[in-house]
Design a protein around this ligand. Structure first.
Ligand SMILES: *Cc1c(COP(=O)(O)O)cnc(C)c1O
Length: 384
């Protein structure tokens, strides 16, 4: 048996105050409102998969529901279970699961791509409600067009038998962020044809959903009554929608030292000081999600300072020049861009990736701290 005292004595991750990710829940709530305003009656599914893109699944689920989101979306059954274990009762849709997962789910809606999944769902004792997914051109998941009629007919038979309810029909865009939207239009046309066929098979779904964050802004389709919003919640703004980044990652300088011109810094001495300078040690590394191979700057005393040399697993060094520096001083890795802060978008550019990957990468060792509207004094754009 586990020794409880030992377990209780384990240090809590990240309680040392060396670094933190502060998450502005009011920014996230303003982002929810931005999507609700796209169309009257449009419901928002807050996609909180992957620990809400690194922002923390449970607090983000609660904040988005409080802001008016009516659904939560997750990729994995495990994530749906965690939401339920936290006491969250809002509708949840899960789209990637294995055959054994469905047994564990209780009152969670599942996505169905084919007959095998439909039969599994019908056999699972506590799965009642499903969303049939049609592949309209993304070719990543969902029912192929030629199996759709068979799938919808089989689902209608299960409905009549009282085994399942088809609550939604859905698909996913491959080019949601393209405002010109040729692909979007074609996917919408195929989706509409799929809806007609499903109705002909006898289905009467409550929800039709096709768009992600960017697609919700770029694609105008009045019959879509649910939007699956992930990136946009966190201020990743692919379409100029006026969204607010919510995460600010900062750390305290742990050590400060002077070095002379010509001295090298960190592994391999990739960085050599051009003049006498002050170095600061930042206790974050690639294990915490700082991309290793980048030339980046961070904010110190209102000034952008470069990272000196290679980023290590747990730490990196910044070149502070002749700025006054003391252990404990704050370094901002990224924030919302105010006062010269780098942004996650800057980091994505430096690392040759997308902001999603930067946010998702911020490691479990970095504690998350949450600010609500009262603390940030933020007035949402609706009230402004
Ligand atoms: C991640 C995901 C979303 C959210 O997309 P964003 O572009 O982050 O808004 C929506 N639907 C599905 C199926 C997803 O996997």
């Amino acid at each position: 048996m586990a020794d409880m005292n030992l377990v209780e004595a384990l240090p809590q991750a990240g309680c040392d105050g060396l670094a933190e990710a502060v998450i502005d829940l009011a920014a996230i709530q303003a982002n929810v409102h931005r999507f609700q305003r796209v169309r009257p009656g449009l419901e928002v599914m807050a996609v909180v998969k992957a620990d809400a893109f690194g922002h923390g699944m449970i607090p983000i689920a609660r904040a988005t529901l409080a802001a008016g989101a009516t659904w939560l979306g997750v990729a994995r059954a495990e994530e749906a279970l965690q939401l339920r274990e936290a006491g969250i009762t809002a509708p949840v849709l899960v789209w990637l699961y294995g055959p054994d997962d469905l047994e564990l789910l209780q009152d969670v809606d599942v996505s169905i791509a084919n007959l095998a999944e439909l039969e599994q769902a019908a056999a699972a004792p506590n799965v009642r409600s499903v969303h049939l997914k049609l592949d309209t051109g993304m070719h990543r998941g969902g029912s192929s067009a030629d199996q759709w009629i068979e799938l919808t007919r089989a689902a209608a038979r299960f409905e009549i038998a009282g085994r399942l309810r088809v609550r939604g029909l859905w698909s996913h865009l491959s080019h949601g962020d393209e405002p010109s939207g040729e692909h979007n239009r074609s996917q919408l046309d195929i989706f509409r044809a799929g809806v007609v066929l499903a109705r002909r098979a006898g289905l009467d779904p409550e929800y039709l959903h096709l768009t992600n964050s960017a697609g919700t802004i770029t694609l105008d389709a009045p019959e879509l009554n649910l939007a699956r919003i992930g990136a946009g919640l966190f201020g990743i703004d692919e379409t100029g929608a006026g969204l607010h980044p919510a995460m600010r990652l900062s750390a305290s300088l742990l050590q400060v030292r002077r070095i002379r011109a010509g001295e090298g810094v960190s592994y391999g001495h990739d960085y050599v000081a051009e003049r006498d300078t002050t170095l600061g040690l930042v206790p974050l590394g690639y294990a915490d999600g700082i991309p290793r191979g980048v030339q980046a700057t961070v904010l110190f005393r209102g000034v952008r300072v470069p990272i000196a040399g290679r980023i290590a697993m747990d730490q990196f060094v910044v070149d502070l020049g002749d700025l006054p520096a003391t252990p404990g001083d704050e370094v901002v890795i990224f924030g919302n861009g105010s006062e010269g802060e780098p942004t996650a978008a800057d980091w994505a550019g430096w690392a040759g990736t997308i902001q999603h990957e930067i946010y998702c990468g911020i490691g479990a060792r970095v504690p998350r701290r949450y600010l609500d509207a009262a603390e940030t004094g933020r007035i949402s754009p609706i009230e402004r």
